[in-house]
Design a binder for this molecule. Structure first.
Ligand code: GLA
Length: 745
């Protein structure tokens, strides 16, 4: 049956509004929107006739709803009748909250034609495109502006730019509601900083911000609980006044160990409403560094004959340290002040030597082998990647800053040596010779490579086999050999090769050969280049890449989509790695993405990782057991004591860098616990016991679980302490989402 357009339009409107009303309460849900690809400024206007636009579900990407493969600009228009009775749901009647979940990748949002918010940057904005696909969109309409048309149709128009991926609304269901005054108070434990005191205590300062232009006043109650015993250790209460758009601070001085939890409860005096937040306090597990010399990092290095080799001995100990190497093979030289070994080895073979580091307090010696052949990355690469800190805002200056921080914080001395530029370094166009060049933020790639190498660090870079990278910079399509040659000239040691827009050149259901081809092409180009370049495949695990990544000469391959700094993301990715364990080994590793610890920002204002301290211990422990590449994702120039301590545990790192190159297998799993076991050198096993539950709990680890009849010796890897003999089994405790990591002999 044909209906006149106008009727259809009104019916559609009614239906959209009715659907919204149906879910109401204090919230008006916004489950549907009209949608169009393209871009027009009139589409923000409430009067624009959108009845011919398609109706989409606002909780799922538009690519899943008939717009597969569409990237670029699009608009959503949500029609909603807002009953004036909504005002009665709040004693404070100054603001309407517009919650839009998350939007892939950038949005500009208009309420009845007036802009109320933007998250991320559009390609035409100053600074260029910046994806914020995972950020939460919480916008407000000031009710004094009289923008809201009570009891009539209102239009929320959302201009979207999608640079790749699912596109548009995702991650939740948009809604409207009256903002409550207390919602201006951010009781956010990630906005705290902790100082560790010498007496086994810590002092934590929490900043409580007020995001509304009205004063807040109430009572704050703080209670500290010991998760291990369930006992409340202390309780304090205080009045809290926060100026409009201002902030206030509270401090807690308490015992510092696993399982200490603080609950903050804020009561808004006027409305009687409360806010509550719980924080698992950070605590240090890695013992303080010893002043006597110690050598760290992998005991083997893979290299190819005749290619330039650079290796800095990773060693700690009070400065100055002096280095020496016995049986240093001909072709290599050592800088005895920096510990950098450089040169080239002409012939295949295994070259074994003894590394030494000494200072006024003593000397450390360690066996080290360089295996010259055709395998690089004999142990998982360790270092830093720019993406989760700087996004496409990365620059030469930020890379140098990261390199300097890697050294200044001492992390380089524990073996962290790759400095990898991710997306955002490439110029808009190739030069006259068709060569890729750095953009204005990267004036001289070769000078940057030299800067890193002079400090004994390795230089990593990023590209895509497609015409464009995921961040819409130039990719290598059709220029693979030329790019590999440029990288070699600049001194690049590592390439992350990210599928991105190459997917557009593949068929709808790409075959295995189609998936492999772009990686074979670049692998060949790298092979011909006069340098050792570790090859990192990034195609998110498509077509079970772990089964063939090594065949296309990948040294590592991402097994997942991008990791985020949430427990959901880290646990989902990390604990899903079991089926691929067997694929990992020297020269070819599963890559579950970077370590989302410390200060992160994806190019925007930095925020502390939303992982709790225990979740961060779990990520580092699990990634070490998995023999995953360890690439730190945080801004190293803003690193607190907890993060530094987390990343400098030599016994944990040694599990990751173990020369056997096994990835852990899961040997036990129930609702709350998982146990993962990795065979390491010396007939030992590294065992991770992970508490996936929400409470501090204990787990009885029995020898039978590891195929043993008894335990002879157990060691706590994080605390670097022997646990003594516990032949019949051992009870290990862990806070919520925390772990115990033991070495069993
Ligand atoms: C993809 C990758 C990320 C990062 C970005 C850069 O999303 O999975 O790791 O490299 O591209 O644009």
């Amino acid at each position: 049956m044909l209906m006149p357009k106008r009727v259809l339009f009104l019916l559609g409107l009614l239906w959209l509004s009715a659907a919204s009303w149906a879910d109401s309460g204090d919230r008006i849900m916004l489950p549907q929107a009209r949608f169009s690809t393209g871009d027009h400024s009139a589409w923000k206007d409430p009067g624009f006739d959108d009845h011919e636009w398609k109706v989409l579900d606002t909780s799922r990407y538009y690519e899943e709803q008939g717009f597969a493969g569409y990237d670029g600009y699009s608009w959503y228009r949500i029609h909603v009748v807002i009953p004036s009775s909504l005002k009665d749901t709040s004693p404070w009647q100054e603001r309407l909250q517009v919650f839009l979940a998350s939007i892939d990748d950038v949005d500009q949002t208009y309420f009845n034609g007036v802009k109320i918010g933007q998250t991320g940057r559009m390609p035409e904005d100053p600074g260029g495109y910046d994806s914020q696909y995972q950020a939460r969109r919480d916008y407000h309409v000031d009710l004094r502006s009289e923008l809201v048309r009570w009891d009539r149709d209102n239009v929320i128009a959302v201009r979207v730019y999608d640079g790749g991926g699912g596109g548009g609304f995702h991650k939740g269901q948009p809604y409207l509601k009256m903002a409550q005054k207390i919602e201006g108070v951010a009781l956010d434990p990630t906005q705290s900083s902790t100082r560790f005191l010498p007496n086994g205590r810590s002092s934590t300062t929490l900043k409580i911000a007020n995001g509304f232009p009205v004063a807040q006043s109430g009572q704050l109650e703080i209670s500290v609980k010991d998760g291990a015993t369930g006992r409340v250790l202390q309780r304090q209460q205080q009045a809290l006044q926060i100026a409009p758009m201002g902030s206030s601070q509270v401090a807690i001085n308490t015992a510092s160990r696993a399982g200490i939890q603080v609950t903050y409860r804020y009561l808004d005096t006027a409305s009687g409403k409360t806010l509550e937040a719980t924080q698992a306090l950070p605590y240090l597990l890695t013992p303080p560094e010893r002043p006597t010399p110690a050598i760290h990092g992998a005991s083997v290095l893979g290299a190819r004959a005749g290619r330039p080799l650079l290796y800095k001995i990773a060693a700690t100990g009070r400065a100055p340290l002096r280095y020496s190497v016995s049986q240093l093979p001909a072709g290599l030289q050592l800088d005895d002040k920096t510990g950098v070994i450089s040169g080239a080895l002409a012939a295949d073979g295994t070259y074994t030597m003894q590394l030494q580091a000494r200072n006024a307090l003593g000397q450390a010696t360690r066996a080290f082998s360089i295996v010259v052949g055709d395998t690089l990355a004999l142990t998982p690469p360790m270092g830093w990647n720019s993406w989760t800190a700087h996004g496409t805002g990365v620059s030469d200056a930020l890379i140098r800053q990261a390199a300097q921080a890697l050294i200044a914080t001492g992390l380089a001395a524990h073996g962290w040596n790759y400095v990898n530029i991710d997306d955002g370094w490439e110029a808009q166009a190739r030069n006259a010779q068709g060569e890729i060049v750095g953009n204005e933020k990267f004036p001289d790639m070769q000078a940057l490579g030299d800067f890193l190498h002079q400090r004994g660090l390795k230089f990593g870079i990023y590209s895509s086999p497609g015409a464009f990278t995921c961040g819409h910079f130039l990719g290598s399509l059709g220029h693979e050999r030329q790019d590999a040659a440029s990288y070699a000239r600049w001194g690049v040691d590592y390439l992350k090769y990210d599928l991105c827009s190459y997917a557009d050149t593949m068929s709808k259901q790409p075959t295995l050969a189609e998936h492999q081809k772009p990686y074979q092409v670049m692998a060949q180009a790298l092979q011909e280049a006069p340098r050792d370049v570790v090859f990192s495949l990034c195609q998110y695990g498509l077509k079970e890449v772990w089964n063939w990544g090594a065949d296309v000469r990948g040294n590592l391959w991402r097994t997942t989509w991008d990791v985020e700094d949430s427990w959901d993301s880290v646990a989902k990715i990390g604990f899903a790695q079991a089926p691929y364990s067997a694929a990992a080994g020297p020269g070819h590793w599963n890559d579950p993405d970077t370590l989302v610890v410390g200060q992160l920002g994806w190019g925007n204002a930095l925020h502390p990782s939303r992982l709790t301290p225990d979740e961060q211990y779990t990520q580092v422990s699990l990634w070490s057991l998995l023999a995953a590449p360890l690439l730190i994702g945080n801004d190293l120039s803003h690193m607190d004591a907890f993060t530094r301590n987390l990343l400098s545990n030599d016994e944990v790192i040694a599990i990751n860098q173990d020369a056997l190159g096994h990835a852990a297998q899961r040997v036990f799993q129930d609702q709350d616990w998982q146990v993962w076991v990795k065979d390491i050198e010396g007939g030992r096993k590294a065992v991770g016991v992970f508490n996936l539950g929400e409470e501090y709990r204990s787990f009885r680890l029995l020898p039978g679980l590891l195929g043993k009849t008894s335990f002879s010796k157990l060691r706590d890897a994080w605390r670097q302490r022997d646990l003594g003999r516990s032949a019949g089994g051992i009870t290990l405790s862990a806070p919520a989402h925390g772990m115990a990591l033991v070495i069993v002999e």
